[in-house]
Structures are given as C-alpha cells and as structure tokens.
Design a protein around this ligand. Sequence first.
Ligand SMILES: Nc1nc2c(c(=O)[nH]1)N[C@@H](CN(C=O)c1ccc(C(=O)N[C@@H](CCC(=O)O)C(=O)O)cc1)CN2
Length: 292
Amino acid sequence: METKTAKILDGKALAAKIHQELAANITELQPKIGRPPGLAVLMVGDNPASAAYVSNKEKACAKVGITSFGKHFPTQTSQTELEEVIEELNQDERVDGILVQLPLPNHLDAITLLHKIAPDKDADGLHPVNLGRLVRGETGLRSCTPAGVMRLLEEYKIPLVGKQAVVVGRSILVGKPMALMLLEADATVTIAHSRSQDLKSITQNADILIAAAGIPGLITAQMVKPGAVVVDVGINRVTDSSGKSRLVGDIDFAATASVAEYITPVPGGIGPMTVAMLLQNTVSSYLRATSN
Ligand SMILES: Nc1nc2c(c(=O)[nH]1)N[C@@H](CN(C=O)c1ccc(C(=O)N[C@@H](CCC(=O)O)C(=O)O)cc1)CN2
C-alpha cells in the first residue's frame, strides 16, 4: 500500500522571499526618507539560545537594510535601568522598533517592561495596546510568531473560514494571539492547554492544528485528524541517547506526516517566519513614523 506524505509548509523559503521584498522596499524608500529603518533589540544575560536568536535577528536586519541597535546587558541589570533605556529608545527618532528578548532573568518583570515600549514601536506586537487592537480587529502591530503562521497559511492558500482550528498552548507570545488571529480569519477556534482534559479528543477535531506548548513530541499521529493542516510552533532542543543535540517541535513529525495534508518542519517552519514578521513590523513602523 502506498503511504501518503504531507506537503511541507516551507517557512524558510517564504521568509527568504519576504526578506527580499523588504530589502527592495527599503532600497527604494531610504533615499526619499533620508534614513534606514531601525530596530533596537534588548537582551539581558547570557542565555545561549536567546543570544543565538538575537544574533540571527541582527544578521537578518543587516541583510535587508535595517539598522539594528543591539543593547546587551549583564544578568544583574535592574528593572529601573532597563525601563530608562526603553524610555530613551521611545524618543530616539532613528529607532522604529523595540523588542525585549524573552525569557528575561527571574528578577525582572517582563510584563512591566513590555508596557514601557511605545505601542507604535512595539516590534513584537506584545504591548497591551497592540493585543487590544487585535482583540478589536483593528490595525496594529501583530505578534510575530502567530502573524508568521497566518502568513504561511495564506501563502499556501489554506482555507480557514468556518474550519475547526485548535491551538495547543495559551501563552501571550503565541497561543492567545494565535487564537485571536484565527478567529479574525473566521475559523472556529478552540484553545487547549496543559490543564485540558483528554487533549486527544480535542486535537482530533482540528482541521487546522497549531501546536505551541513547548513540549517535545506532545502531538502524536493518533491525535491528528487525517487530512489536517498541522503547524508546529515548538522549537525544543533535545539530546538523544548518543549525546547529540538537535531541534524538535511539539509534533512527532515523521509519524504525523503520514496523516496530515500539510505540515511545518522544525527547523525551517515557523522559526524563520517569526524573524520575517519582526522585520516586517519594523518596516511598517518606519513607514508610519516617516509618512508625514
Ligand atoms: N521577544 C521575543 N522573545 C522570544 C520570541 C519572540 O518572538 N520575541 N520567540 C522565541 C525565540 N525566537 C525569537 O526571538 C526565535 C526562535 C527560533 C527561531 C528560528 O528561526 N529557529 C530556527 C532554528 C534555529 C536553530 O537552528 O537553532 C528554525 O526554527 O528553523 C527564530 C526566532 C522566544 N523568545
């Protein structure tokens, strides 16, 4: 019997296309505007994964023509010091986007820091004003990972209207805004999470399944409806029995690929789309700030 394999939703390829489009836009706009777009990336401490993500963001900025203002602080940096830096960046006319790389060291209050970012410079779309705009269906800066999922689904013309969408995970970074964006696209949305009972019976109903729990291999093939579109937001580093480290998502990719119609890989799926949406948000803020 022939085994079916899901089609790949290629986030890496789409992100590269978006980078090219943004680079072309910036090349055209910069001489008229008189300066390039600017993104400030605040990183506190030395978490190696965060350092790698920040370095990728800075490289992506350089590639498309966005100036990045890297602000790297030692672990002990105080809340007040960071709030003052954000206040300065809010006033800095060279800076269109500001983000605080997460997670932060435990002594810092991420929510309060995110509140301090001017909503129109909130490149990560995590400020309450931007989350509120999303709730109300108003234009605003959208959270990068869920916006990346939506852009990828759009690229592959995945129908959403009236479909059963299940989001596994309820974080502010992904799960909650993801559910709102799917709702905005007229899907029927269920949010499941670590306290949900009988997760399998919920995920089996999903035409569109978004796994964003941060638990390696949480979603098995048996939990997926045949023909579903499966999006893996999890990026988990695991060490196998031979001591080798590799990245895996929240979905058992190999087994699920024989059940689903479409699937995102890890790596090469939603991770690169997150960065592409960050750059896009920065360019949107640049256009808004310089349009008068
Ligand atoms: N302020 C924020 N903090 C964090 C966010 C965020 O969107 N804003 N998301 C994650 C980390 N993250 C971006 O910051 C991120 C993670 C992974 C990738 C990515 O492209 N991953 C690659 C694989 C990379 C590798 O080999 O290690 C992939 O999936 O193909 C991009 C962004 C938490 N913090």
